[in-house]
Design a protein around this ligand. Structure first.
Ligand code: FAD
Length: 406
């Protein structure tokens, strides 16, 4: 039995299989496994979320029907217990997100790999899978040259297409497509966007956080998403948690219409009428920027955003300026490239899979993790579904082996 890809999904599939007495060889292209998982640990490792299961499931949008059964078998609570079983405690943050107490991935991964090795999983690093031989053997490029491996069944857990330097580069897409497996193009998810700042704004404000705003985006179906939070100005546009939350809809809207507009409330704590009343007071000899700062506390990057996005003539009109402060239209023109994204949308389409995550046109070949065609926002939903799909694929392989090798 081969598992290819040593991220959370592949390692979980390997765990299920070895626990049930199946001999498992795990192959990975990189010198070590779990590199993206370790990077996720740098941001605190948001493992999962403590919200109700209904809300949790809603995060998978159009794929909730497919992800639901994985989570029923291995959902957020089971994941937490499993992490505790590795000797790592977890806690629920103020936002309901679940983290390991140390907020790192390394201790968890270390304990997990130790357990997998002790159970008998054999790890083969620097083995890049690149398809099948004519006889159906798996082909690996290794430092010692080409290697052919024959297996009864396999789990592919090759990840999406972001952060290629960590191992998952999406090179598997043509390998599966050539074999008739329908694959939706990989696209950036939880990504930043280009705005096309002026030279002046970019020079002054790239790297500045924009804090305590509310962003509103209305998609083409008229569904309005309204989220409080903060984001970061970059050299070319915007990124950060608030933007990632809205990114799937923004990306789709840009694909459809060429641009997407977010309305930013720069002063969430104040009513529009109060803002306009403040702006209507006489300015005297003060400059507009010192006036905005003293009357409304708008300064720095928020003042810069106003200058960048509001036509000059509107500054003289309290009603128009007030409306802009409460709903500043920020036009996004392109998502940042896939490689920069936190995760990928697209992947192996569910119509190609049976309920055990086996690729129907390729009997004995199972798939798990981010390489499947689902997406979710940040908040622990990505890792939870990767673990859960690895769990599902592992169980799927066992059922298949039982059916085919009595
Ligand atoms: C900066 C960052 C922070 C993140 N933070 C969080 C977070 O806090 N919470 C959360 O839920 N999610 C987070 N994520 C997302 C999460 O890390 C991924 O969704 C998850 O790692 C995907 O797991 P996977 O097993 O499907 O794939 P991966 O983790 O990408 O693993 C795939 C493995 O397959 C190997 N591989 C690929 N191609 C081949 C090949 N041809 N041959 C052999 N091996 C191959 C790769 O080397 C890699 O080891 C974050 C992602 C990033 C980039």
């Amino acid at each position: 039995m081969a598992v290819i890809g040593g991220g959370p999904a592949g390692l979980m599939a390997a765990e299920i299989l070895i626990r049930h007495g199946v001999r498992v060889d795990l192959y990975d292209a990189m010198p070590s496994v779990g590199r993206k998982f370790l990077l996720a640990g740098k941001g605190g490792l948001n493992l999962t979320h403590s919200e109700t299961s209904e809300l949790f499931l809603s995060r998978y949008g159009a794929r909730r029907a497919q992800v639901g059964p994985w989570l029923e078998a291995f959902g957020p609570e089971a994941l937490r217990l499993w992490v505790h079983g590795l000797g790592v405690n977890t806690f629920v943050g103020t936002s309901g997100r679940v983290f390991p107490t140390e907020m790192k991935a390394a201790p968890l991964l270390r304990a997990w790999l130790h357990r997998l090795r002790a159970a008998g999983v054999r790890f083969h690093m620097r083995h890049r899978w690149h398809g099948w031989s004519e006889e159906g053997a798996l082909l690996f490029a290794t430092p010692d040259g080409e290697k052919l491996v024959h297996t009864d069944a396999m789990v592919l857990a090759l990840g999406g297409g972001s952060r290629a330097r960590l191992g998952s580069n999406g090179a598997w897409v043509p390998l599966l497509a050539q074999r008739g497996v329908p694959v939706a193009a990989l696209r950036p998810a939880n990504c930043g966007f280009d705005v096309g700042w002026s030279e002046h704004f970019q020079t002054r404000f790239a790297g500045h956080p924009v804090k305590s705003v509310i962003a509103t985006f209305t998609d083409k179906a008229g569904v309005m998403l309204c989220k409080p939070g903060e984001f970061m100005v970059t050299a070319t546009g915007v990124e950060g948690s608030l933007i990632y939350t809205l990114s799937a809809g923004l990306r789709d809207e840009i694909e459809r219409a060429g641009a997407a507009v977010i309305d930013l409330d720069l002063l969430p704590g104040r009513e529009l009428s109060t803002v306009i009343a403040e702006l209507a007071r006489p300015r005297g000899s003060r400059s507009m920027s010192s006036y905005l700062q003293s009357r409304l506390g708008i300064k720095g990057v928020k003042a810069g955003l106003l200058r960048e996005c509001v036509p000059a003539q509107d500054f003289a009109d309290p009603a128009r300026l007030g409306a802009m402060i409460k709903a500043l239209p920020m036009r996004l023109i392109a998502p940042r490239p896939l490689d920069e994204a936190i995760s990928s949308a697209g992947g192996v389409m569910f119509e190609a899979l049976d309920q055990h995550l086996m690729i129907r046109p390729l009997p004995g070949v199972f798939c798990a993790g981010e390489m499947l065609d689902w997406e979710a926002p940040t908040g622990g939903y990505l890792l939870t579904a990767c673990f859960a799909s690895g769990h599902a694929a592992g169980l799927g392989v066992l059922a298949w082996l039982n059916r085919n090798k009595p």
